[in-house]
Ligand binder design. Structure first.
Ligand SMILES: [Zn+2]
Length: 431
């Protein structure tokens, strides 16, 4: 990290510390709207794509999906980076696992979506320093003077999560795609006090390295469901926290009460409601601090559930009950009144965890609309199998839908590689 970036890091850290405790919604919104005005002035000056929208009210700006955002890559980014050129760099970095490669000093990251759609991300040194400053401000309750050793085990994109040799805190990135035994060994030797990794990686690390005793365990980048949460809490003996992070940026993080708060006011989050009760929404995100490749009205492929009651910490930033999963993984059943009925992944996860015991692991895949395969380890038979099918039928009926056909299978032991989801929609059902 250069001296200049170190200055940015500290400024971002101080700013995030200051606003993290905002308890007044009106003050949070005032700050957000001031930052938004600033951001829009910059972006309409620097981004060819947004220049033409200067006179258009923000609420009428196009909502982007990953594919439309990629299609406009060359004109959205403010650096004049051509997609063809940076894609080559990103693919080469992915192939060689050498993430130091950059385009004119700008880090190039790659993300792969559920349907295989590829996203390319540009992050400047300044933005990376800002990300690290903001994250550590929220993560380290004892501040930068605490002697925490933070291990961040993640699938790819090294430089996005660079080493921050900041003061007494040691922050280290481990590439999850390395050989598993080497990775375990390195993490054990590092002896993290704060361990951050995707839920399934945490489980495997916990099983492989019995001497690993972090004080805090934080799940990142995958949905943390009840099954993993219970197993992790048993293994590590601490409540499991969460960082809601995507290549698009830091989206949210658990507070000291275990509630995930959205990363407001750094983000502006519009809500696309998924149910009549307004409890679940798909977030449309504007990152007010990202300028190389502006993230504006970007629709994430996630379903978030609002917390019904205020969080005891009093933060004004939106409190979530959970990140329920991907929009692609919402299953659809034929409704008894002819309309399609959504079945959210968390409902199925909770049903299976509640109904099947003992249960080590499971996955539910949708073959086609209304046809599900549930794989369980250990598998169930006889009355237990009937009980599970009955519960699924009952859930469908309570949602006003025709019950699905269900096949039960034994789940194979597979090593965790990359992102995994327990409930998966059929690729053909993804709109
Ligand atoms: Zn809270």
């Amino acid at each position: 990290m250069s001296w200049h970036d170190a200055g940015t890091f500290l400024a971002a850290y101080a700013r995030a510390r200051r606003v993290d405790r905002l308890t007044s919604t009106s003050r949070l919104e005032a700050l957000q709207s001031r930052w938004l005005q600033q951001f829009l002035r910059q972006v309409t000056a620097e981004s060819p794509f947004y220049r033409g929208l200067r006179q258009v009210p923000f609420g009428e700006w196009p909502v982007m999906t990953k594919s439309s955002w990629m299609a406009q890559f060359d004109t959205i980014n403010t650096l004049g980076a051509p997609l063809a050129e940076v894609s080559r760099i990103a693919l080469e970095a992915e192939r060689t696992r050498d993430f130091r490669a950059s385009w004119r000093g700008i880090t190039v990251g790659l993300s792969t979506g559920t349907s295989g759609s590829r996203g390319i991300f540009l992050v400047s040194g300044r933005e990376r320093a800002q990300w690290a400053g903001t994250l550590l401000a929220k993560l380290l309750r004892g501040g930068l003077a605490s002697r925490e050793r933070v291990a961040f085990v993640f699938r790819a994109g090294g430089p996005l999560y660079d080493t921050v040799g900041a003061l007494r805190v040691t922050f280290r990135f481990f590439d999850q795609s390395r050989r598993w035994t080497d990775l375990c060994e390195e993490v054990r030797v590092f002896a993290p006090t704060v361990l951050v990794a995707p839920a399934r990686t945490l489980r495997l690390l916990g099983e492989t390295e019995s001497r690993l005793r972090p004080k805090r365990v934080i799940s990142v980048a995958e949905v943390l469901d009840d099954l993993d949460r219970a197993a992790l809490e048993r293994r590590f003996g601490v409540p499991i926290e969460q960082i809601y992070q995507a290549t698009e940026g830091l989206l949210g993080i658990s507070c000291e009460h275990g509630t995930i708060h959205l990363n407001e006011p750094f983000l502006l989050v519009e809500r696309e409601w998924q149910d009549a009760a307004h409890s679940r929404f798909v977030p449309i995100v504007t990152d007010l601090w990202r300028r190389s490749q502006p993230v504006i009205r970007y629709r994430l492929n996630d379903v978030l559930r609002l917390r019904a009651t205020p969080c005891p910490c009093g933060r004004a930033a939106t409190a979530l009950e959970a990140v329920d999963g991907r929009l692609d993984d919402v299953l659809w059943l034929r409704g008894t009144n002819g309309t399609d009925v959504p079945v959210f992944p968390d409902l199925l996860t909770r049903l299976i965890v509640r109904t099947v015991a003992p249960l080590e692991d499971f996955e539910l895949a949708e073959h086609e609309r209304g046809a599900w395969v549930i794989r369980l380890r250990p598998t169930v038979a006889g009355a237990d199998a009937r009980h599970l099918v009955d519960e699924c039928t009952r859930l469908a009926r309570s949602l006003g839908a025709e019950p699905p056909s269900i096949e039960l299978e034994e789940m194979a032991l597979v090593p965790a590689s990359g992102k995994q989801r327990r409930v998966r929609g059929a690729p053909t059902c993804v709109s």
